[in-house]
Design a protein around this ligand. Structure first.
Ligand code: G3P
Length: 227
C-alpha cells in the first residue's frame, strides 16, 4: 500500500518527502484554506516539484461543466496533477469527460461501495472513501474500504485505485493496508505518530547510555597505554 500525504502544507510535504515514504499528495479546499495567503496554483506546482507522484487538486464547481473547466486548467500545471471531483452525478459526468481528454480524476467524498462502483465505471483513476468521517457517525469506515476492494476485485475491468482518506490515527493506516487499499492518504501528524514507539525511544536512550559508559571505561585505559 502506498502512502500519500493529506495536506497543502509545503513544509510538512518537504519533511515527509525527505523520509522517502511519499508516493503522492492529496489536497482539498479545507486543507488549502489552512495555508493562509497561499496561492492554489503556486502551491500545487510546488508540490509537484517536491513529490514525484499523483497530486490531487480539488475542483470547487458544483456542476460538470465547471468541474471540467477547472480540471482542464489544473491538468496544464503538471502531468502528475489529478483532478478531484465529488461523488455526485455531476462528478461522474466530469470524470467521464475529463478521461476522454486523458485527464485522471480522484473521486472524493465517497461513503459507500455504490458510489465507488459508479465512479470506477465512469473512469475514475482513484476513488477516495472517507474512513474517519464514517467512524464519526458510528459507521465502521474501514468496512467500506474492504467492501469496495472486494467489489473491484470481482470486476477485472476495473483499474481504479482505492485510496483510504480521512485517516485519523496510525491504526487506520494498517487497517487500510489489511483491507486491501492501494493507497492511504495521511495527515502529517498521524504519519509522525506512526513512527513513534516508547520502546524505540527507551531503547535509543539505553544504547546511548551504555555507549557513553563504555567510552568512559576505555578513555583511562587508552591514556595509560600512551605513557
Ligand atoms: O483529503 C480528504 C480527507 O482525507 C479529509 O479528512 O479528516 O477532514 O475527514 P478529514
Amino acid at each position: 500500500m502506498k502512502i500519500f500525504l493529506d495536506t497543502a502544507n509545503l513544509r510538512d510535504i518537504e519533511e515527509a518527502a525527505s523520509w522517502g515514504v511519499l508516493s503522492g499528495v492529496t489536497t482539498n479546499p479545507s486543507l488549502m484554506a489552512r495555508e493562509e495567503g497561499a496561492d492554489f496554483e503556486v502551491t500545487i506546482r510546488r508540490i509537484t516539484e517536491l513529490v514525484d507522484g499523483p497530486i490531487s487538486a480539488e475542483t470547487v464547481s458544483e456542476d460538470a461543466d465547471g468541474m471540467v473547466r477547472e480540471g482542464l486548467e489544473y491538468a496544464q500545471w503538471h502531468p502528475n496533477v489529478i483532478v478531484k471531483v465529488p461523488s455526485t452525478t455531476e462528478g461522474l459526468k466530469a470524470v467521464h469527460r475529463l478521461k476522454k481528454e486523458g485527464i485522471r480524476c480522484n473521486v472524493t467524498l465517497c461513503f459507500n461501495a455504490n458510489q465507488a462502483l459508479l465512479a470506477a465505471r465512469a473512469g475514475a483513476f482513484i476513488i477516495s472513501p472517507f474512513v474517519g468521517r464514517l467512524d464519526d457517525i458510528s459507521e465502521p469506515g474501514m468496512d467500506v474500504i474492504a467492501d469496495i476492494v472486494e467489489v473491484f476485485a470481482n470486476d477485472p475491468e476495473i483499474e481504479t485505485l482505492v485510496l483510504a482518506a480521512s485517516i485519523r490515527h496510525p491504526r487506520h493506516i494498517i487497517e487500510a493496508a489489511h483491507a486491501g487499499a492501494d493507497i492511504a492518504t495521511v495527515p502529517f501528524k498521524v504519519l509522525e505518530q506512526s513512527m513513534k514507539h516508547p520502546l524505540t525511544d527507551k531503547g535509543i536512550a539505553s544504547f546511548l547510555a551504555d555507549w557513553r559508559q563504555r567510552e568512559a571505561q576505555i578513555e583511562p585505559i587508552a591514556s595509560t597505554g600512551s605513557d
